[in-house]
Design a protein around this ligand. Structure first.
Ligand SMILES: [Fe+2]
Length: 287
């Protein structure tokens, strides 16, 4: 079969017929079919294709141990959110919705005791976050692990400011108690721009898109026998709550972060007034 415009996808797809792994074969042949259809329809010039290759090259070159430009690209194209929506907990009614992992998750968050602060810099207005991890019947999931991470009050993650923030600032690995309860203290999160100093930032500028995400705290929740949950809690009155640059907001994940100006309530939470209080219960799906 000649390599013609109309036959190109079949010619290349056929070359993958030798793939032993049927799922790998399906994924590659599907990729070829869609990519060739895209090129046939949009008809990029040679210069445009070279520009696309340069963009992807720059995206890879921007990645380091602590920076993931490809996840960022996937995020701003909505692919991260689509993959999460397909594979997340949406299929399990009554469970907490999932959302994107994002590019700032680090394995090895510092292990912390319940109630401890993740704000090692002590820089932000104090926020108490508490809730319970339960199953769909409302029964506690004792000993669930909660990996939490967030940007500081100025909107930067520790890994973005290694000279200003101690490593592990804004991160914590907690274990829920026997009733599934968890609580920690942090800096009230801020909305922030995703990194714009790389190729993804250039893409946003070229298309007139803003880079901002509404204020949120990330959660990765795990318990034996339950489906792992990747999610955020979003701050209800945050800027950009209706215009997240990575399309990750789900209304069921938005909570009021209430200002509490009461010394007795503050003392009960081990902080001083005024502080911000957010309650976020997490419902896991059984595996
Ligand atoms: Fe984030």
């Amino acid at each position: 079969m000649d390599f013609t415009e109309n036959e190109s996808a079949q010619v290349v797809a056929k070359s993958f017929e030798t793939t032993d792994d049927p799922r790998l074969r399906e994924l590659l042949q599907g990729l070829v079919a869609h990519l060739h259809a895209y090129v046939r329809e949009l008809r990029p010039t040679t210069a445009e294709w070279e520009h696309a290759v340069e963009f992807l090259t720059a995206t890879g070159q921007a990645c380091t141990d602590i920076r993931q430009e490809f996840i960022l690209l996937s995020d701003v194209l909505g692919i991260s959110m689509l993959v999460e929506t397909i594979n997340g907990t949406d299929a399990h009614p009554g469970t907490t919705a999932s959302t994107v992992l994002g590019p700032f998750h680090m394995t090895g968050s510092p292990r912390r005791e319940l109630g401890e602060s993740i704000d090692d810099a002590g820089a932000g207005p104090v926020c108490v976050v508490e809730g319970r991890v339960v199953d769909t019947e409302g029964l506690p999931v004792p000993g669930a692990t909660l990996d939490v991470w967030q940007a500081d009050h100025h909107g930067f993650y520790d890994v973005q400011q290694p000279d200003h923030q101690p490593a592990g600032n804004g991160r914590g690995l907690f274990t829920a108690d026997a009733q599934g309860r968890f609580r920690f203290t942090t800096a009230t999160p801020s909305h922030y721009p995703i990194p714009t100093d790389g190729p993804v930032g250039a893409l946003l500028r070229a298309t007139g898109r803003h880079p901002f995400r509404p204020a949120h705290i990330h959660f990765l929740v795990d318990a034996p026998g339950y489906q792992q949950l990747t999610t955020h809690v979003f701050v209800a009155d945050s800027a950009y709550i209706d215009a997240d640059a990575v399309f990750a907001v789900k209304q069921s994940l938005v909570r009021e972060f209430v200002t509490v100006d009461d010394e007795a309530a503050a003392a009960a939470h081990g902080v001083t007034a005024p502080f911000t209080l957010a309650c976020f219960d997490i419902v896991l799906a059984r595996r």
